[in-house]
Design a protein around this ligand. Structure first.
Ligand code: DAH
Length: 354
């Protein structure tokens, strides 16, 4: 009997060692230790033996049971660990791969310019604000010192939204209303840029009914024309990547600034090269915020001064990248976007170079 037990144990241990999956292992367990398992059968037969023989065989059967149970447990743990390893290996994600190695899309040149404006003005301490495309007449015109019968209103080819009000809302013709919204919402010091969509009823190779502007506003004590000139010269030289870009400030007129200035950069009319030649190219409008505009927003012009500026985003993008037809920006032609678009993996910032 002892001999049979030792054979049975050896045989079972060998089968356990050779088993490669959990189900087969459980079959072995049932065959040995289950209700009608072989070892269980021997245990049951002990009752029929005389006490001495029962004691001797009983001890041996218990020992065999302990070692087989241990072997089954160890094997189960090993198979479970191997199964987990296999699963992990199968579900492994290679995080060393680039996020989008075959990026199909590209950043639209307009979005790229907005990123660049954000990076450049951000470095000068400006924050970015956005405002509504549909504006009240007051924000778009009156508060900006453009009264009802002012010629500037007629010049702007405004889209009016149909309404029962006798002063209908408009699609904003400029980003300047955000000057008003900002000054009403927060006390000085203010230093913001506002990139966004603007609308005018105008359509040809250089005008689109929807286009983009970027407004700028600085309000603080003791702000002078010197700050305006320094800020905009720095901006233009960084944006056009030319530290000696000629910049000229030319007296002009805007209802919401006094004095007002058009800003020109040097270029060659003949070759189109920026920063070369003897010609001037108008690039943006600017000026010292009109005292009446400050007063309209509850800011005391004898305490606070400021400057504002506004530029066309399409225009500065076309000049920088040699794009000659404005309409192409909005046609969603994939060949054009592939050519003029920017990699999503190269966001505009000073570390990457603009
Ligand atoms: N809002 C003007 C336009 O649409 C641009 C502009 C000019 C904005 C001078 C300004 C400014 O803030 O100071 O033509």
């Amino acid at each position: 009997m002892n001999h049979d037990l030792s054979n049975l144990t050896q045989d079972a241990l060998r089968r356990i060692a050779q088993t490669a999956d959990l189900r087969a292992l459980d079959d072995i367990r049932v065959a040995i230790l289950g209700k009608s398992g072989t070892l269980t059968g021997i245990l049951k037969s002990l009752g029929a033996l005389d006490p001495d023989a029962r004691r001797a065989l009983g001890a041996a059967v218990n020992e065999a049971k302990t070692s087989l149970t241990q072997a089954l447990d160890d094997k189960r743990a090993a198979l479970q660990a191997a199964a987990l390893d296999a699963k992990l290996a199968q579900e492994r994600i290679d995080i060393s791969l680039p996020a989008r190695p075959d990026a199909q899309g590209s950043i639209h040149p307009i979005s790229r310019t907005i990123e660049e404006l954000t990076a450049i003005f951000g470095a000068m301490g400006f924050t970015v604000k956005e405002g509504p495309d549909i504006e009240d007449d007051w924000y778009n015109f009156s508060a900006l010192n453009i009264p009802s019968h002012h010629p500037a209103r007629a010049m702007m080819d405004t889209f009016y939204i149909s309404s029962t009000s006798n002063v209908p809302p408009v699609l904003r013709t400029q980003t300047s209303p955000m000057q008003i919204r900002t000054m009403l919402a927060e006390p000085p010091p203010i230093r913001i840029i506002v990139p966004g969509r603007t609308y005018r009823a105008d359509h040809d190779a250089t005008h689109s009914p929807m286009f983009h502007q970027c407004e700028g506003l600085v309000i603080d004590r003791g702000i002078t024309l010197g700050h305006l000139k320094g800020c905009l010269s720095d901006f233009l030289r960084v944006y056009f990547d030319n530290p000696s870009l000629p910049v000229r400030f030319r007296a002009s007129y805007f209802p919401f600034t006094e004095p007002s200035m058009e800003v020109d950069i040097g270029w060659s009319r003949k070759t189109g090269e920026i920063g070369k030649g003897d010609d001037w190219l108008e690039i943006l409008g600017s000026g010292m915020v009109h005292p009446r505009v400050l007063a309209n927003c509850g800011i005391d012009p004898s305490i606070y001064q400021g400057f504002a500026f506004g530029m066309g985003i399409e225009r500065i993008t076309m000049l920088k990248h040699g794009i000659n037809d404005l309409r192409l920006f909005y046609e969603s032609d994939l060949r054009w976007l592939r050519h003029y678009g920017f990699s999503p993996l190269a966001p505009a910032n000073f570390h990457e170079g603009l």
